[in-house]
Write a protein that binds this ligand. Structure first.
Ligand code: PBG
Ligand code: ZN
Length: 340
C-alpha cells in the first residue's frame, strides 16, 4: 500500500512541469536535438527579391545607402535574375524608374513603360520566375506622391482609375502578381474590377495593406528616386502608432478582394504581423524594408555585428511572428548562406 502511494506520488512529481523534474536544457544539448524541436524554418521560396529598373543598356548603378543593390537596365537585371534563379530565388518584385516623370504617371501605365518592358523580357527568358509588379505612381509622378495631386493635396478617387490602368498594363505585360503600394482607399476593389474586366481574373493581388508612414523608407527613395517633392505621405500611409487601425486596413483589403495581405515595414511591426495571423487565413507577406536592410549593412561593414547571423535571426523572427512571405533585399545573400 505504501509502495503504491510512493509510486503515484513519484508519477505526479514527474509530470509536474517544473524544475528539477522539468529541465528545458535537455532538448538543447546537441545540434541534432535542437533541430529536431526547431519550430520555424526559412525557405528560399518564401523570399521575394526586389529590383530597381532603369532605361538604357549596360547600366548598373550602386545605391549608396543600400550596398549590394543597384539601379539597373533590363539587360543587367536579366543577368542578375539568372544568377538569383540559380541560387534558388523563385520570386522577384519590380520597381521602375522612368527617364521622364510627369503629372499623370504615364510611365506606369504605358505599354512600353520601363516595368512593363522588363516584365515581358523576364517572362520570356524565365517563365518560371514569379514576377510581382509593384503598382504605384510615386516613381512616375513629377511630384513624387503616390496619387494624383491637385492644389497641394493627394486626391483619392481620381487616383484609383490610373492605378487600375497601371495594374492592367502590368498584367498585360505578363506580371504574375499585382502589388498595389499606394494606400488610396478603395484601390483593391478598383484594381480587382479592372483586372477582371480585362480578362485577368486569375491574376492575384498582393495588397500593401498595413503600410506605415515609416522613416525606414528613405534608402528606397534614393533607389527609386521617388521622394515626395513637397510635404510627406502621412495623409495616406498609416501612423506608426496605430495597431487597431492596421487590422481595419487589412480587413478592408480582404473584403475588397486581396489574395495576399502585406505589412510594411517588418521588424518594428511584428505585433501587427502576429495579430494579422490570428485574424486571417490569407497568406501574409512582410516587407523587410530598405532602412532595415541599410542598418544591418552599415553595422556589418563596421564589424559591429555578424551579418549572416543577424539577418537569419531577423528573418526567422518575422516568420515566427506569422509571415508566410518576406520581401527582402537580403534574399540573395540568404540564398548563398542557406546553400553553403
Ligand atoms: C512606393 C513604395 C515605397 C516602398 C515600396 N513602395 C516607398 C514609399 O512609400 O515612400 C518602400 C520600400 C522600402 O523602403 O524598401 N509606394
Ligand atoms: Zn508610391
Amino acid at each position: 500500500m505504501n509502495d503504491m502511494k510512493t509510486l503515484a506520488k513519484e508519477r505526479i512529481a514527474q509530470s509536474s512541469p517544473s524544475y528539477p523534474n522539468m529541465r528545458m536544457r535537455r532538448l538543447r544539448a546537441t545540434p541534432a536535438t535542437r533541430s529536431m524541436v526547431r519550430e520555424t524554418h526559412l525557405h528560399l521560396e518564401k523570399l521575394i527579391y526586389p529590383f530597381f529598373i532603369v532605361e538604357g543598356t549596360n547600366k548598373k548603378t550602386p545605391i549608396s545607402s543600400m550596398p549590394g543593390i543597384f539601379q539597373q537596365s533590363i539587360d543587367s537585371m536579366l543577368q542578375e535574375i539568372d544568377q538569383a534563379a540559380n541560387a534558388g530565388i523563385t520570386s522577384i518584385l519590380l520597381f521602375g524608374i522612368p527617364d521622364k516623370k510627369d503629372s499623370e504617371a504615364s510611365g506606369a501605365w504605358k505599354r512600353d513603360g520601363i516595368v512593363n518592358k522588363a516584365i515581358r523580357e523576364i517572362k520570356q527568358r524565365f517563365p518560371e520566375m514569379v514576377v510581382i509588379a509593384d503598382t504605384c505612381l510615386c516613381e512616375y509622378m513629377d511630384h513624387g506622391h503616390c496619387g494624383i495631386v491637385a492644389d497641394g493635396r493627394v486626391l483619392n478617387d481620381p487616383s484609383l482609375q490610373i492605378l487600375a490602368r497601371s495594374a492592367v498594363a502590368q498584367a498585360e505585360a505578363g506580371a504574375d502578381v499585382i502589388a498595389p503600394s499606394d494606400m488610396m482607399d478603395g484601390r483593391i476593389a478598383a484594381i480587382r474590377n479592372a483586372l477582371d474586366e480585362a480578362g485577368f481574373e486569375h491574376t492575384p493581388i498582393m495588397a500593401y495593406s498595413a503600410k506605415f508612414a515609416s522613416a525606414l523608407y528613405s534608402p528606397f527613395r534614393e533607389a527609386a528616386e521617388s521622394a515626395p517633392q513637397f510635404g510627406d505621405r502621412m495623409s495616406y500611409q498609416m501612423d506608426p502608432a496605430n495597431g487597431r487601425e492596421a487590422l481595419r486596413e487589412i480587413e478592408l483589403d480582404i473584403q475588397e478582394g486581396a489574395d495576399i495581405i502585406m505589412i510594411k515595414p517588418a521588424l518594428p511591426y511584428l505585433d501587427i504581423i502576429s495579430k494579422a495571423r490570428d485574424m486571417t487565413k490569407l497568406p501574409i507577406a512582410a516587407y523587410n524594408v530598405s532602412g532595415e536592410y541599410s542598418m544591418v549593412k552599415a553595422a556589418a561593414a563596421n564589424g559591429w555585428i555578424d551579418e549572416r547571423k543577424v539577418v537569419l535571426e531577423s528573418l526567422t523572427g518575422i516568420v515566427r511572428a506569422g509571415a508566410d512571405l518576406i520581401i527582402t533585399y537580403h534574399a540573395r545573400d540568404v540564398a548563398r548562406w542557406l546553400k553553403g
